[in-house]
Design a protein around this ligand. Structure first.
Ligand code: PEP
Ligand code: MG
Length: 838
């Protein structure tokens, strides 16, 4: 190897993060800030690669950088802190001679503790001997002798005494550990490229062994969970490295504390210097750092500094605080917070410090943590809610009938389903933690139990869902409350100033719209009107409409639904003020409104005063082999046109009423679902216009509206040029479009999706992250053809992908006006959109 194998870190040395790693660069910054950093030598990525290949640097030359007999530490220095690397190794250079010298200077126990610690670490991490043999024994001379003896026994040679040999072996084992498969997989999961390099830093150990005022500690200047500014950390006399954090009885608090003695009292000068260094590091490194330090008879040394590991909430608070103090720019603050981390602030979280009893694992379909007693039916969930007792609704899968139960429950767990299955979509809409497609889980409705392998939980047992990770935990676990604080709001105001794509919300009910407003959505991009009809009183009228024998009976049922829908729409317009509201006409197949159990059928027979046999026969007649590809959306709308007529009338009358009281004009957007042929659009358009004309005539109000099509079949995307000529907007429904482009059921994909992703067949679940290559191409074809036909057309996406940061980037690249996602994803989308624009 050449003379550039290693570089002593000084003010002027050439140390770059891309070649020597973040730790080496960070230490150089501390040195340049005149902090008392002990002598440190950096080995570059190239040098460490050479070591792994068997080419060691000149060890004598390397050791000559340090005082004779100096104990050394080696720490990893990958390019970014979260790329891992082997653990630090301390006390290199300890041997029989140093043991005797240190024993003479500081006493035998101090020397023995250091030597034993080194032998244990070396045996486990360098010689790779059985860790159990070298477990932390109480430090005493016999324990040291036993460890040396065991080492010799296992290795068939005495413990190495030559510091150069010890150091060479430490460097070699760290370099090789970096090349190992598990280290590689771990760092790749954090985004490191396959060929990422490792640097190493070799540092003189700074005393800490003397009597009074000597030891090691760690200091942080924020609370890791809340992000508040306050000093935390510990100091341990005669300690080394991070031992002080082990919280032994012999550690000191840093600041004055009623619970025990503190460094501030004990060594006020050193404490003061430490706080000053901390302030400088924060301002100049532009980050909240954890500083590792030693005191040697009161003299301070700064050994290392790493960014404080912290919660998402603290991340937001720190980024905003640094920007408000002009330490970083607003753009940088925006870039520092991963958009998905905002979801952690909007929901309760499982306390990361708490132990977890894992029962099962599924798809993390709606974030946040929830806990409560297990219930298996919507009526049990409602009964629980009436008793003000939290419950978790557990189902094989949910159907529209379960909406009531979902409203009443704190969380939902389903055996089946994927990211866009019913439970997942509704869960996200309600902000309800939800885990779906839990693999290996069996829900037994008869036994009222849920099991995985041999483990069974029953109705009434406590369970905790972590909808952010997909974990299902037995029992209760401490939760952290949501944190929609000032920093959260400030960050999003900055995001809005930066982004250049709109963010609307999918809001089905006035309650959803209220949440959407709270999160500053710019409008409603999708109101799934059928969700307004699942509530108890409406459901019965819907069923009467479905079972109507004559046109008059059907008209009578729709006549009763009209004021209900009108009130809903008026409420929506009112909540959203002047913001646009896009209402989608009825979409699902009718049979979704029928009961699915015998008990439910009997209840309906009672309510409609008809024989049970007739109810079951009619329900059977409505069932389809492939309901998602059957009589739903515009197909139903044209076959039973009175439904859309009623909805159009309700929309116009509500707009006229709200506009009248407010003194402005409400211009509703009406969207037609599941279109595949232009003729469908022409026919619906004609009927909607006829309804508008009669409401105009009846009320004298100026009725204005925009008509649009939801592009969610591949054919609609291909024929978008033709369709665009009849409408003023197109919104891509990427849930159905993905389902149909892949021929993949969105309700059943959960069963094999994780296997498909694990096998690398799909790089991601296409229901979560938009498939740019296939579905994306269909969207681009549709958008281009539509724009040629009508350049002023508004284009958007309203499938679940609209809340996914990577998919939002696609929509922006495609020049779309806005994305529309579940209300609880609106903040995530606002931040993601800002990051894309920066
Ligand atoms: C879609 O298909 O993308 C969509 C938004 O509609 P839904 O999820 O209601 O089918
Ligand atoms: Mg759809």
């Amino acid at each position: 190897m050449t003379r550039t194998d290693f570089t002593e870190i000084t003010h002027s040395a050439v140390i770059r993060q891309e070649t020597h790693g973040w730790r080496a660069k960070c230490l150089q910054r501390l040195i340049r800030l005149d902090m008392p950093v002990p002598r440190t030598v950096s080995l570059s990525f190239a040098a460490v690669r050479a070591i792994a290949a068997g080419n060691l640097p000149d060890m004598d030359r390397l050791l000559a950088r340090f005082a004779p007999g100096q104990l050394l530490s080696v720490r990893p220095s990958p390019q970014f802190p979260d790329w891992g690397g082997p653990g630090a190794l301390l006390n290199i250079g300890m041997n029989d001679t140093r043991h005797a010298e240190i024993a003479a200077a500081h006493g035998e126990p101090v020397a023995t503790r250091l030597y034993l610690r080194f032998v244990q670490a070396y045996a486990q991490h360098v010689a790779r001997l059985d860790p159990e043999l070298f477990d932390a024994a109480e430090p005493c001379l016999p324990a040291l002798q036993a460890a040396l003896h065991d080492y010799e026994n296992e290795m068939e040679e005495p413990f190495p005494q030559d510091p150069a040999l010890q150091l060479a072996e430490v460097l070699r084992s760290m370099a090789r550990a970096w090349e190992g498969t598990s280290a590689r997989l771990l760092r790749q999961a954090k985004g490191a490229p396959a060929e990422a390099g490792l640097g190493l830093v070799v540092q003189a150990m700074a005393g800490g062994l003397g009597a009074d005022n000597s030891g090691a500690g760690v200091i942080e200047f924020i609370d890791r969970v809340s992000g508040e500014r306050r000093i935390t950390g510990r100091f341990k006399a005669h300690g080394q490295g991070r031992e002080a954090l082990e919280n032994g009885a012999d550690t000191l608090y840093l600041t004055r504390d009623p619970r025990g003695p503190s460094l501030e009292d004990h060594s006020p000068e050193a404490f003061g210097a430490l706080v000053r260094h901390g302030e400088i590091a924060r301002a100049k490194l532009r980050e909240e750092m954890q500083i590792e330090f030693t005191l040697d008879k009161g003299e301070l040394a700064v050994l290392d500094a790493v960014p404080v590991v912290r919660s998402s909430r603290a991340e937001v608070r720190v980024a905003v605080a640094l920007a408000e103090e002009n330490i970083i720019s607003r753009d940088e603050a925006l870039m520092r917070v991963p958009p998905r981390a905002l979801a952690d602030l909007m929901h309760r979280q499982v306390d990361p410090r708490a132990p977890r009893d894992l029962f099962a694992r599924g798809i993390a379909a709606s974030p946040g943590a929830a806990q409560g007693r297990i219930v298996f039916t919507s009526s049990a969930a409602q009964a629980s809610a009436a008793r003000e007792e939290a419950c978790i609704l557990v189902r094989r899968e949910t159907t529209p009938e379960d909406i009531r139960g979902m409203h009443a429950a704190s969380g939902v767990l389903t055996e089946r389903g994927g990211m866009t299955s019913h439970a997942a979509v509704i869960g996200r809409g309600l902000g309800l933690p939800c885990v779906v497609g839990a693999s290996g889980v069996r829900v037994d409705m008869r036994e009222r139990s849920v099991s995985v392998g041999g483990r069974v939980l029953r109705e009434g047992d406590m369970i905790t869902l972590d909808g952010s990770t997909g974990e299902v935990l037995a029992g209760t676990v401490p939760l952290l409350e949501p944190a929609l604080d000032e920093s959260f709001r400030t960050l999003l105001v900055w995001a809005d100033a930066r982004r250049d794509i709109g963010v609307r919300a999918n809001a089905d009910t006035p309650a959803d719209a209220g949440i959407a407003r709270g999160f500053e959505a710019e409008g409603v991009g999708l109101c799934r009107t059928e969700h307004m009809l699942f509530e108890d009183d409406r459901l019965l009228v819907m069923r009467e409409m479905i079972f109507a024998d004559t046109e008059q009976d059907r008209a009578a049922a729709l006549e009763r639904l009209l004021p209900m829908q009108r009130a809903d729409f008026a409420h929506l317009f009112d909540i959203m003020q002047a913001r646009p509201v896009c209402i989608r006409l009825f979409d699902p197949p009718l049979h979704e409104f029928l009961p699915h159990t015998r008990e439910g059928m009997r209840g309906l027979a009672d309510a409609l005063d008809r024989p049970l046999s007739e109810i079951t026969r009619r329900a059977e007649a409505l069932s389809e082999f492939n309901p998602m590809l059957g009589m739903r959306g515009v197909r139903l709308g044209l076959t039973v046109p009175e439904i859309y007529d009623m909805q159009a009338r309700a929309i116009f009358e509500a707009a006229a009423a709200v506009g009248g009281t407010r003194g402005d004009r409400v211009v509703p957007e009406i969207m037609i679902p599941l279109v595949s042929a232009v003729r469908e659009v022409e026919m619906v358009k004609a009927r909607v216009e006829a309804v508008a004309a009669s409401v105009r005539a009846e009320t004298g109000a100026e009725i204005d509206y925009r008509l649009g099509v939801m592009v969610e079949t591949p054919r609609a995307a291909l024929r978008a040029g033709e369709i665009a000529q009849h409408v003023s907007f197109l919104s891509f429904g990427t849930n159905d479009l993905t389902q149909m482009a892949y021929g993949l059921s969105r309700d059943d994909a959960g069963r094999f999706m994780s296997d498909y992703v694990k096998l690398g067949i799909f790089s991601e679940d296409p229901f979560q992250m938009l498939d740019r290559e296939g579905v994306g191409e269909l969207i681009m074809i549709g958008a281009e053809r539509a724009r040629v036909a009508r350049p002023d057309l508004t284009l958007s996406v309203c499938g679940e992908h609209a809340g996914d940061p990577e998919s939002i980037a696609f929509c922006r690249d495609a020049g779309f006006a806005y994305v529309s996602c579940s209300p609880f994803r609106v903040p995530v989308a606002r931040l993601a959109a800002a990051q894309i624009a920066i």
